[in-house]
Design a protein around this ligand. Sequence first.
Ligand code: NAD
Length: 309
Amino acid sequence: KTVILNLAKLNYDHQIDLSPISALTTVTAYDSSSPEEIIERLQGQDIAITKELPMGKDLIAQFPPSIRLICEAGTGFNNIDLDAAREKGITVCNVPGYSTEGVAHLAITFILNHSSSLSRQQIMLSRKNFVNFTEHLTVPHFEVNGKTLGVIGGGAIGREVMKVAVALGMDILVYDPIPRDWGNPRIQSASLEDLLRQSDFVTLHCPLLPETRHLINKERLSLMKPTAYLVNTSRGPLVKEADLIEALQQGKIAGAALDVHEVEPLSPDSPLFTLDNVVLTPHIGWQRLESRQRLFKLMAGNIEAFLKG
Ligand code: NAD
C-alpha cells in the first residue's frame, strides 16, 4: 500500500498519469499533508511518497512500523533525516536524473536571457518610457561565444549544461571535488577560486551538503568579476542570500538568476524583487511536464525493485 502525501506539488495540472505506480500497489493520494496528517495517513501503509516534505528525526520516530520505504519524488533528499530512517529500518530512495535536461536548459536560458538583455528590455518597455528611451543602451548585451562559464558541480546537470554551452562556443571551467576527464579541450577543471575569478557566468550544480551551505558568500562573491553573472538552479542555501543581495545592490557583480531560494517560497518582502538585474523563478527547474511524468516512471521502478527485494 502506497500513500502519496503531497500530490498537488507533483500533479497540480492533472496531466500526469499515475498508472506506473498504481499498477504496482494500491495508491492513496492527498494533495498536501501537515506533519500531524503525515503520521495519521501513514498508518497501515507500506510506502510513503513525498515531494520535499520535511521529515526530521522527531517526525520519523513517530512513523508506524508498517512503513518500509520512503520515496522522495526528486533528486535532492536533504529534507529527510537519513540516520533516523535507518534507525527505524526504513529504506529511502530518491530519483536522480528525471529532470536533468529541464534544469540544465533553465540554467542555459538564464545565461542567454542575461547576454541578450531580454528581461531588462522587457522591464524597460513595460515602464513605457518611450520618450527618453536611452536606458536600453546601458544594460549588458553581448555574445556568449568566447565567454567563460564556470560550472560548480560537474554531475549529470552540470555536464548537460557544459554540452550546450560548448555548442554555444563558450569555454568552461569546472569545479568538482571528484576529478574527471571532461572529454573536450574547451572544458577544464579549476579550483573554486580560479573559477570565480575567471568566469563571465557562474552556474551552481552541486548538491546541498553541510560543506556546500553558503558556498557562495561575501568573500567568494568578491572574487567574481563586476561583469559576472550568477545562476542558481540547484539549492537556495548554496548561496548566502544576504551577501548576494548586498553584492547586487553595490554592483559587485552584474546580476543573478535564481530558481531556488534560501527560504522557499521567497518572502514577498525580499529585496531581490526590487532589483532589475535579478531574474527569479519559483523552483521550477524540475517541473516540466515530461520531467514529472519521467519522475513517476522512475519512482515506479524504485518501488518495483524494492518489492522484489
Ligand atoms: P549529481 O549528483 O549528478 O551531480 C552533483 C555533482 O556535484 C557531482 O559531480 C559531485 O561530485 C559534485 N559535488 C559534490 N560536492 C561538491 C562540492 N563541494 N563542490 C562542487 N561540486 C560538488 O546531481 P545532478 O543531477 O547534477 O543535480 C545537481 C543538483 O541540482 C541536485 O543536488 C539538486 O539539489 C539540484 N536540482 C535542482 C532542481 C530544480 O528544480 N531546480 C531539480 C533537480 C535537481
